[in-house]
Design a protein around this ligand. Structure first.
Ligand code: BGC
Length: 768
């Protein structure tokens, strides 16, 4: 139990109310011990009983959520008056308890607050960023990471994580691609469900877990030009087949809340979008949880030129199905909804319907019984060594080996007496973590430099030079939230000196490990780019260090594919480590020296250049698909690295693909079986991937679509038979010709292999 009981702390009147509530609730609920899912009917009855007691103001109060930024007094007053249902961005358990005491002891019906926070890839122990976890192609990694994150967050009193982010992103200019699972709906759906399980546990209210919030519903990842917050224009076919499936998967996995997106979707703001929030989410998918708006997104309906004023903005979002409004200083709901009820624009029943899932979540999370957090216990939970081990393993499984010319990797530990570690990200703790890390312990964050120093030990002299500085052209508003103090900008002379110091260090060392990429504030919210070059002078550094003729390994820390065309031809070894988190340096050191074998695969297509975007593997085929002269004349039209790609220190062969049947009827399932063999002398992982193509139909279908994957671990020279199946779920799609889901008679190709260019082929047919 991580919360103190509030019995004994409350007055006589409060106790009477509590007795009334407990007595009026069915016995089954009152007796539900921790660790047992509450009875649905009992939860509903309890909420109904509460709603009967609540005044209109109290009911409307539950629909507001404010950031706990700025002075505490106005917030404390609002909490004590029952004007808020939730706070976000409070992370100190003592402060959480202080607000909660006000909510529980000062308000008439003692309704606790629910505390939300952006727990995106860890709380104190920071895991690799979500795109990295997707690169593990191992949903168990995501489940484990988010369950540790949930445990840590819950230990300080946070009940609600604003994650997972499920936006499919096919344009890496968009900075938030780092927060999601990449470009593919099938991989994205698997990662969505895995994260929901991690956050929520077996049911909402599981011990040491939190409520998850799928976001941003929906279409944010298609922001035009990759510009953050920009409008999205997505066809129905793309919405149903690409952008919505991860959200649907999260709903099927039981996600308890959703966040409405900021932007216009096909000219209709997502936060005022009845079609999205009612028709799709609640009617088609039977979602019964709560919808919270993104920050100030309700008020923004006015800015979008959709609502004429704040009252109309409140009304639009409310009617569209936003239960709770998240806002910075005040909510449009608190200003607009009382009048809207009074003048008959909405009914009290509608307000109650909006309250219901909010109160239900509070009941399910056990907040009425245990509203307070045990401050002492939280310190122990946050310091759990097992959490750091999980973070290291996740980082090892997330890394993608992009190139290993001449088998430079794994490095032999005793082969080098002097090692240069060079680059602006090599010894930066903040940049090892990535965006959305607020509660990390920097002291326990292991950079690549310290991981390597530790690993090489006394065997090699490991020296460091930063080489260049990294700086955004325009600062990020997050820098203030992170309290980032940028180092003073080097003078041109200093910059020249640092560059030559780095190059000279490389010259005088046996080996150089370059750690380049993007600073943490260059990827994430409000961190879109119009180019993919290595920021700052990093390309010059890379080329100058390579020109020394000494062996060079490039480790990338970043949140999106970058333009590494030159490196991909000239640097023998490239490891994509993403932002690997608290244990990143140890993970990278293990990978480079062969104590862990890279097995991650790209969850995004890696373009050669920014002009190729959007570029994704599941495009439709054309009359001359790869005919270079007819596509671009100044650059190859293929990606630098395909979706699903990643090397290993071993090699694999796929063989013997067999289908249980070669002809089925719609609705039937085919079993697919094939062998994967590790042909090398080290134990290693391969991600077996299955792609299909429907050869004809009511509309054109993508050239390939991922429909199965499994990360398998094989001993040296080991072989395994992998089983997958193709049924209605995999073989149907939303047809813009039929305006609905179809499974059509057609011939299908099947490919099996280690990336989206897999070549082991077979086929089958769906007959009428
Ligand atoms: C982001 C959300 C986040 C919220 C609260 C917004 O700016 O878009 O993803 O959950 O802030 O921090």
């Amino acid at each position: 139990m991580n919360r103190k009981s509030r019995f004994g702390r409350i007055g006589t009147f409060a106790r009477k109310v509590l007795v009334f509530l407990v007595v009026s609730a069915p016995v089954a609920f009152a007796q539900t011990p921790p660790g047992v899912p509450p009875d649905d009917q009992a939860v509903r009855q309890r909420v109904d009983a509460l709603l009967k007691e609540m005044s209109l103001d109290e009911k409307i109060g539950q629909l507001s959520q404010l950031f706990a930024f700025g002075p505490a007094q106005p917030l404390e007053d609002a909490v004590a008056k029952g004007q808020l249902g939730s706070l976000l961005f409070v992370t100190d358990p003592a402060v959480i308890n202080r607000y909660q005491h006000l909510a529980v002891e000062k308000t008439r019906l003692h309704i606790p607050l629910i505390f939300g926070f952006d727990v995106i890839h860890g709380f104190r122990t920071i895991f690799p960023v979500p795109i990295a976890m997707a690169a593990s192609w191992d949903p168990a990694v995501a489940t484990k990471a988010q369950s540790v994150a949930a445990r840590e967050a819950r230990s300080v009193g946070i009940d609600w994580a604003f994650a997972p982010m499920l936006d499919i992103a096919r344009d890496p200019r968009w900075g938030r691609i780092v927060e999601g699972a990449g470009e593919d709906p099938y991989l994205g759906s698997a990662m969505a469900a895995a994260q929901v399980r991690g956050f929520q546990g077996d049911y909402i209210g599981s011990l040491d877990h939190v409520l998850a919030c799928m976001k941003h519903f929906a279409g944010y990842g298609a922001a035009e030009g990759g510009r953050d917050y920009d409008a999205s224009y997505i066809s129905d076919s793309q919405l149903y087949n690409v952008y919505l499936p991860p959200f649907h998967a999260a709903v099927k996995a039981g996600v308890g809340s959703a966040m409405s997106a900021y932007m216009d979707l096909n000219d209709m703001p997502a936060t005022g979008n009845t079609w999205l929030l009612q028709d799709v989410l609640r009617q088609d998918w039977k979602f019964s949880g709560l919808v919270v708006s993104d920050a100030d997104a309700v008020k923004s309906l006015e800015k979008h030129g959709y609502a004429k004023d704040l009252s109309e903005a409140a009304l639009d979002a409310f009617k569209a199905g936003v239960n709770m409004e998240m806002a910075l200083d005040f909510t449009a709901y608190s200003k607009g909804l009382p009048a809207a009820v009074q003048n008959g624009q909405i009914t009290v029943e509608q307000i109650e319907a909006a309250d219901r899932p909010i109160l239900e979540m509070k009941v399910r999370l056990g907040l009425f019984e245990n509203p307070y957090v045990d401050e002492a216990r939280s310190q122990q939970v946050l310091a759990t060594p097992e959490h750091r081990t999980a973070a290291r393993l996740a980082a090892e499984r997330s890394a993608v080996l992009l190139r290993d010319q001449g088998k430079l990797l794994p490095l032999r530990k005793n082969a080098y007496t002097s090692v240069a570690v060079v680059g602006p990200l090599a010894d930066s703790q903040v940049d090892t973590l990535g965006s959305w890390a607020f509660q990390e312990d920097l002291v326990e964050t292991v950079t690549v430099l310290s991981g390597l120093r530790d690993k090489f030990g006394a065997g090699a002299r490991v020296s460091y030079a930063q080489g260049v500085q990294l700086r955004r052209e325009f600062p990020s508003f997050f820098d203030e939230i992170f309290h980032l103090k940028p180092e003073p900008v080097w003078t041109p002379e200093q910059a020249r000196n640092e560059m030559s110091r780095a190059v000279n260090l490389a010259k005088s060392s046996d080996l150089t490990i370059l750690v380049l990429g993007e600073a943490q504030n260059m990827s994430g919210e409000a961190a879109s780019r119009e180019s993919f070059g290595l920021p700052g002078e990093q390309e010059q550094l890379l080329e100058a260090v390579s020109a020394t003729g000494k062996p060079v390994v490039l480790v990338l820390l970043n949140g999106r594919p970058l333009d590494i065309k030159w490196a991909a031809q000239h640097v023998p070894a490239i490891l994509e480590a993403w932002y690997p988190g608290t244990q990143g340096g140890n993970a990278v050191a293990n990978l480079l020296l062969g104590d862990a074998v890279p097995g991650g695969k790209l969850p995004v297509t890696w373009p050669r250049d920014v002009g190729q975007v959007p570029i994704y593997y599941a495009h439709n085929t054309t009359q001359s698909a790869e005919n270079q002269g007819k596509r671009y004349w100044d650059e190859e039209s293929t990606p630098l690295f395909p979706f699903g790609y990643g090397l290993s220190y071993s090699s694999f062969i796929f063989s013997d693909v067999k289908l249980s049947r070669t002809q089925i009827k719609p609705g039937e399932t085919i079993e697919v079986r094939f062998d994967v063999e590790n042909t090398g002398a080290v134990a290693a992982d391969e991600v077996a991937q299955l792609y299909i193509h429907q050869r004809s139909g009511s509309v054109s279908r993508p050239v390939r679509e991922l429909k199965g994957f499994e990360r398998v671990t094989l001993p040296a020279h080991g072989k395994k038979t992998v089983h997958m199946s193709l049924g209605k779920q995999e073989l149907s799609y939303w047809s813009s010709a039929k305006k609905g889901w179809v499974e059509e008679p057609a011939a299908f190709d099947v490919w099996i292999g280690g990336d989206s260019e897999a070549s082991l082929h077979t086929g089958f047919e769906i007959a009428q």
